[in-house]
Design a binder for this molecule. Structure first.
Ligand SMILES: O=C(O)C(=O)C[C@]1(C(=O)O)C=C[C@@H](O)C=C1
Length: 145
């Protein structure tokens, strides 16, 4: 996410890109539905992920004002965005696997989840929001004929 923020700062782009968010949410909830996950609950999870991504970028971008860097960020459109879509689809696959194999996420895993997320610029409240959206993800109900 720091590369995303740096790319945007270098190119005078806003951090929030609503058109892109809509593309990400549609792509991720459609790919989730194909593997049996409930679309609306996955949407809410991706909205939480996008919020976390923006929070990281805003904090990092604030730091850039006093700490300049010569680091060259990866290209947002050709490299980072396709990788983020791929990552989202992998996350969906793992979640579907856990839910289909009777390993639902439960509230008592919150501390472990928060401790496992070692990500610079991600706050505890961002992590809690992600966790709350994660444990709400459901499988689609099985259709009866
Ligand atoms: O693609 C970007 O520009 C990102 O910053 C990533 C992302 C996302 O999480 O998918 C986050 C914030 C933007 O508003 C749009 C998308």
């Amino acid at each position: 996410m720091q590369d995303v923020a740096l790319y945007k700062a270098n190119n005078h782009l806003a951090i929030e890109d609503i058109a892109r968010e809509n593309i990400v949410i549609t792509a991720s909830s459609n790919s989730a539905a194909k593997i049996g996950l409930d679309k609306e609950s996955v949407k809410a999870f991706f909205i939480a992920q996008i919020s976390a991504a923006k929070a990281i970028q805003y904090r990092y971008r604030a730091d850039l004002l006093s700490n300049k860097t010569s680091h060259k960020p990866r290209d947002l459109n050709t490299i980072i965005r396709p990788q983020l879509i791929e990552l989202g689809s992998k996350i969906n696959t793992q979640i579907a696997y856990c839910l289909k194999h009777g390993q639902p996420f439960t509230a008592d895993q919150e501390t472990g989840f928060i401790n496992a997320l070692n990500v610079d610029y991600l706050s505890n409240s961002d992590k809690k929001k992600l966790f709350n959206a994660l444990i709400d993800i459901r499988l689609q109900p099985i259709k009866s004929h």
